[in-house]
Structures are given as C-alpha cells and as structure tokens.
Design a protein around this ligand. Structure first.
Ligand code: SF4
Length: 348
C-alpha cells in the first residue's frame, strides 16, 4: 500500500470534513491545549463523543487548567465524573493531573514515552496526546482506526488477535507532518464514513485503495472472535430513609466503583442476595431489581427500602432525598435510587 497516497488523500478529506469538537483545533491550525486533548481522550475511552461533550464542558468550566484539576477535592472529581462509567479512569485522571503539576511543573511532557509514564496513560492515550497536542508522529489506534485498517487490508484474522497486525500496518501510514490531523482524520473517517454496519464507500477518500470495498462485503471486517457470555452476580442495595434524607456511603477506594458515593450494598456474589449486610435492623420492603452490565459481569441488584427511627448509629451521610440527583451517584446506584423513588411515590 502506498502510505503517502493514503495519508495525502485522508488529510485532503479531513481539511473539508473534520468534525468540530470542543477539544479540537481546526485542520492545519496550531495544536490545541494539551490539557484539553488529554482530558477528552481519557473521557472518550469506551464512551461516545455525544456522551462526553457535556462532561468535557463541565470539567473545563470548573477546572480550566491542569493545576485547577490537580487542586480539586477528589470526591468532587469523582462526583463530576458520575455517569461516565469506568471509575478507575476518574481516579487516574486526578492522579495524573497531580503528577503533571508535581513532577512536570504543570506542563504535560511532549513525547509518547514520557506521557506513558503518567498515571492512567496507556498506549492509546499516550500516542493520541503526543500526536494531537505535540505533533509527534505517533501511531494512534482506537476502535475506529482498527476498523479502517482491517478493511483497507481485508484482514481475515479476527480481533483481538489481529491487533498486532493492525498496528504493524498502521504505523507506516502515519506521516511526519500533520501527525495529529492524520490521527484525528482516521478517527473521523471511522466514526462518520467507515462505520460499523454501513460503510459509506462511495464517499470514502480511501476507496480506491481499499481491499474490503473491492470484496463487496466491507462490513464483514473486522472479523471478531465469538464473545464469551458474562457471568451474572447478585446483590442488594439498601434505601434507608430518615426524615426525608437517605443514607449514602462512600465505597472503598479499591474495587468496583471505588471512592464513589453509593447506596449501602452487600457484596456482589453469584448467590441469591440476603439482608445480612443491611445497615439497620428493621423491616425491609422489596422494591424490585435493577440490572447493570460491567466489563466482566452483569449485575442484578435487588433494591430494598426501609425507614430508620433514628439517624444515629449508622455509618455514612444522610443526603436529602429531594437532592439525590446532586449526589454524583454512579449509573448503577442512580438506577436503584430512581426505582426507589418511583416505588415510594406509588406507596404514598
Ligand atoms: Fe471503509 Fe469503505 Fe472506505 Fe474501505 S472504502 S475504508 S470499507 S468506507
């Protein structure tokens, strides 16, 4: 494949078709603020552009610089992240901001290797920040790029096994000039033209060089190994009220949803849930079940509710029921709270 031809065709297309995103500089313009590039790339892991935009805007209004984020209260950072999922990323985000301030004087290091030494920055984010913010000819491979490369070469090896081959084929395509625009052009092509189910080959600047479109079945690529089914775990969440407040706890720093505010809940296991871990010895009423899918398992969480006669003797904070939306609950517990509120209204 003629790498120069690919990069030139793609950059020409990007000059006219680049998506305008709040963390981006227009094609050919000086690079954007590294803080904004890094923040957007951390948020975009496993999440869509549409979901990230409001979070990005809120974070940059509240913490406009890496110094401001480094100085923030970690509970506030976790609460502002609530709903984006994958909460270890929020913890690493804050740790990374602190490391940039403490070890680099508040300036992000400029090379992929130095960036990767920071908390939470792996191969993808390191390459993306180095290319987009600093113009390093780093090869950025996300799911969009994987799809485009596997189609350009009609790779028959299924993912994830094909990853090494895809990276080997992507590296020579990265140009020395405009590496950041090239990385973003590949992402945009995958997101808007070479889409998962319906690749728009007639609109694609790479059509003349693409093996998959020549096969007439471009959407067959990338091939994927069959998914393993996820195990299901069970648990119980406790909605304990006292005088229009509800008991919330902070989850342990290590483990699922670590450091996040939550309803009290027992361990999540593969057995039927019970009341052994209830925060109070009262009569509990079953309110129903909410489901949530994590990366490695699905969870069925029974929601039970009760009223405490006193607010003394339990660990946690009593949060106003009417302001539960401001508690920064992660999605699982926001679902449980919504169920409890709906049931409670039915009961009243
Ligand atoms: Fe994707 Fe079609 Fe372009 Fe090939 S020609 S890269 S399959 S959109």
């Amino acid at each position: 494949m003629d790498a120069k031809r690919v990069s030139e065709a793609l950059l020409r297309w990007y000059d006219g078709e680049a998506r305008a995103l709040p963390w981006r500089a227009p094609p050919g313009a000086p690079p954007p603020d590294p803080y904004r590039v890094w923040l957007s790339e951390v948020m975009l892991q496993q999440t869509t552009v549409a979901a990230v935009k409001p979070y990005f805007n809120r974070f940059t209004e509240r913490w406009p610089t890496v110094e401001a984020l480094a100085g923030a209260d970690s509970a506030e950072v976790m609460a502002a992240w609530a709903g984006l999922g994958y909460y270890a990323r929020a913890r690493n985000l804050h740790a990374c901001a602190k490391a940039v301030v403490a070890d680099h004087g508040g300036r992000f290091p400029e090379t992929e290797d130095e960036l990767r030494a920071l908390p939470g920055i792996g191969a993808y984010i390191g390459a993306a920040v180095a290319a987009i913010a600093f113009g390093e000819a780093a090869t950025v491979v996300d799911a969009n790029v994987e799809r485009v490369i596997s189609r350009l070469h009609a790779i028959e090896t299924p993912l994830p096994k094909a990853r090494a081959e895809i990276r080997r084929l992507a590296e020579p395509l990265t140009p020395d000039e405009r590496a950041g625009d090239f990385a973003q052009a590949m992402m945009d092509l995958g997101a808007t033209v070479c889409t998962v189910r319906d690749p728009g080959c007639p609109q694609c600047p790479l059509q003349a060089m693409c093996a998959a479109t020549a096969s007439d079945e471009p959407a067959r690529f990338p091939l994927k190994a069959p998914r393993k089914t996820k195990p299901t775990r069970r648990g119980t969440a406790f909605w304990l009220e006292h005088e229009r407040t509800v008991l919330l706890v902070r989850r342990p720093a290590r483990g699922m949803l670590g450091g996040m505010r939550a309803l009290p809940s027992g361990p999540w296991a593969d057995r039927s849930p019970d009341l052994a871990d209830a925060p109070a010895d009262i009569d509990w009423k079953a309110f129903g079940t909410v489901s949530h899918v994590f990366t490695h398992f699905a969870l069925e969480l029974d929601v039970v509710a009760g009223r405490a006669l006193t607010d003394a003797g339990v660990e946690g904070e009593w949060w106003p029921v009417d302001a539960i939306g401001d508690a920064g609950l992660p999605t699982l517990f926001a679902k449980a709270a919504a169920l409890a509120l709906a049931q409670r209204e039915n009961d009243e």
